[in-house]
Ligand binder design. Structure first.
Ligand code: SF4
Length: 344
């Protein structure tokens, strides 16, 4: 089991549930827009939010954001260590730095001391684009071993300054390299691990890359928190992250199972399945809802779920907790299903 760190009210590692993170794409200097987006992320189920701190002008708005945010706020800092010091003073709950681009050891020490005093953990965010020239020369490319050596070197520097409240990410845009890096890291350290695939891409491909990568790692018990990076609305990152955790049984929520349809289907099952999914969006009580096309597997699968539909010819049977409730015409099926769910 990994060690744990505390980020605001959220525990990362140490056997805590895997937490979901995202990152605002608003201009941090616009505190109203950033807080509005954080509110949407919180409603979607995000637990920790990161914001970019590109320059000094972002610090005063950052203080307003941390004061009003419903989620712990992580400051994303590159290059200028003074921004990390200011962000800690502005009340952030974690700092993400890459010590490799923060500069001389005394600057890293200053950041470690400020974080220590404020009990703010540091994420060492290594990615394939930030591996040092020395390590690139040694490994020949930003290999998994190079990513891990980059992280362990930077972690050792923080340890030297007496700082232990660390988590690590090792992101590459290559799924296989990312998996290899996290597996290697887990072998050499019990530091909490933040999972992610960098520059994963647009909705469809980004979710597939992230699900394959994080799925492989989480199934092996590797990973304490995660962010699905998508070139999309930030709430899609949270939905995808939750779905990945749910698919692995690491989180309970609404699970809609639907058959793929076949030549036996005599009902517009695709429309029904999408409609059920859409109308259950926002429900966060754990339940399994089956939307099945016919009498072959339909009733069995539907009966196994908390609620279900087994399609017939232009009509369907409604099930609740293994029992047939009634037969309903296709047009009323989803309304009746929702009424049944809401009444339970
Ligand atoms: Fe076909 Fe029925 Fe299976 Fe759906 S449940 S795929 S309709 S056999």
């Amino acid at each position: 089991m990994s060690r744990f760190i505390q980020v605001g009210g959220v525990k990362i590692g140490g056997g805590a549930p895997v937490s979901v993170q995202s990152m605002c794409d608003t201009d941090t200097r616009d505190s109203a827009a950033t807080l509005a987006q954080i509110g949407r992320l919180a409603d979607a189920g995000c637990q920790i939010v990161r914001v970019a701190v590109p320059d000094k002008a972002a610090i005063a708005p950052l203080a307003e954001i941390t004061a009003s945010s419903p989620l712990p706020v992580v400051a994303d800092i590159h290059f200028d260590y003074r921004l990390a010091l200011d962000a800690v003073a502005a009340g952030v709950s974690k700092v993400r730095i890459n010590p490799g681009n923060i500069g001389a050891p005394e600057r890293v020490r200053a950041v470690a001391q400020a974080c220590q005093a404020a009990r703010v953990p540091i994420r060492i965010g290594v990615n394939s684009g930030s591996v040092s020239k020395t390590l690139l020369a040694k490994h020949g490319a930003p290999t998994a071993a190079a990513l891990v050596e980059s992280a362990t070197t930077q972690m050792a520097m923080l340890h030297e300054f007496g700082f232990e409240d660390i988590c690590i990410s090792l992101k590459s845009s290559s799924v296989t390299r990312t998996i290899e890096a996290y597996r290697l890291m887990r072998q050499v350290s019990d530091v909490p691990l933040h999972l992610g695939v960098t520059e994963a891409g647009t909705l469809y491909h980004g979710i597939i890359k992230s699900a394959v990568c994080m799925g492989a790692l989480l199934a092996d018990g590797i990973g304490d928190t995660l962010r699905v990076s998508l070139t999309e609305d930030v709430c899609e990152e949270v939905r995808a992250a939750r779905a990945i955790l749910q698919a692995l049984g690491l989180r309970r929520g609404v699970e809609v199972v639907a058959c793929p349809t076949c030549g036996r289907t005599r009902i517009d099952l695709r429309a029904l399945a999408y409609d059920v999914e859409r109308r259950l969006d926002g429900y966060d009580r754990p339940m399994k809802v089956a939307v099945m096309g016919c009498a072959v597997n339909g009733p069995g699968e539907a009966a196994d779920a908390d609620f279900g539909i087994a399609g017939g010819d232009g009509e369907g049977l409604l099930f609740a907790r293994g029992q047939i409730v009634k037969k309903v015409a296709q047009e009323q099926l989803v309304d009746e299903l929702m009424a049944l769910i809401d009444a339970t």
